[in-house]
Write a protein that binds this ligand. Structure first.
Ligand code: PRP
Ligand code: URA
Length: 216
């Protein structure tokens, strides 16, 4: 399994120094829940800047106090954020700080502990999916099962412009998504080494949902 980002054309590793710094704090097992939540929020905001870099614009001329000049606005329907429950919820507010008018859908999935396959329990996104850009939010891309299932659900309702924002990705998950959904670009803060036998990312940061919500 290749472990360098160069092997994956659909992957962007956001290498900003602030992202690397905050991710290191996030990985630390001693980081308490409150700080963990703040860091996920901050990293999501920083990464959203990169993940929205190619949104299309349309002209929007503007009157300054002195004269009329050229201006621009993001074109089309509002961007739609789709956190995968639960851990993806921790990324929503950070992204909304940059894109406050974004809509928010939700996809409920959990990994079966034995098979590691995703189990669906909730799906709600805006009705006009074919006309929208979607940004799926989930801190962890491990086997890729959850993200692949979320993307398939979005495509079933007509979505065609989908990207994924995660914090830590495993090569196994990136490869699975690249095979199943080659049209979906992935943005992550780090491409880690591998999965362990229980499907956890190494070195990773542990169970993102439990660390965010203090459930372990
Ligand atoms: C975690 C994580 C992803 C999934 C990644 O969620 O937030 O959704 O695992 O694993 P995968 O790539 O192998 O599918 P989990 O199933 O633990 O649910 P939770 O967010 O409710 O804790
Ligand atoms: N889900 C997590 O929260 N962490 C992992 O390392 C893998 C899946």
């Amino acid at each position: 399994m290749p472990t360098t980002a160069r092997a994956f054309p659909n992957l962007t590793v956001v290498a900003h120094p602030l992202v690397a710094h905050k991710l290191t704090l996030l990985r630390n097992r001693a980081t308490p829940t409150k700080v963990f939540k703040e860091l996920v929020d901050e990293i999501a905001m920083l990464m959203a800047y990169e993940a929205t870099a190619d949104l299309s614009l349309e002209p929007a001329p503007v009157e300054t106090p002195l004269e009329r000049t050229d201006g621009w606005q993001v074109s089309g329907k509002k961007l739609t954020l789709v956190p995968i429950l639960r851990a993806g919820l921790g990324m929503v507010d950070g992204v909304l700080r940059l894109v406050p008018s974004a809509r928010v859908g939700h996809i409920g999935l959990y990994r079966d502990h034995d098979t590691l396959e995703p189990v669906d329990y909730y799906f709600k996104v805006p009705a006009d999916a074919p006309e929208r850009d979607f940004l799926i939010l989930d801190p962890m891309l491990a086997t890729g099962g959850s993200a692949a299932s979320a993307i398939a659900s979005l495509k079933r309702v007509g979505a065609s412009r989908v990207r994924l924002l995660c914090l830590v990705a495993a090569p196994e998950g990136v490869a699975r998504l690249q095979a199943a959904h080659p049209d979906v670009h992935i943005f992550c803060a780090a491409l880690d080494r591998e999965l362990n036998a229980n499907g956890y990312i190494l070195p990773g940061l542990g169970d993102a949902g439990d660390r965010l919500f203090g459930t372990r």
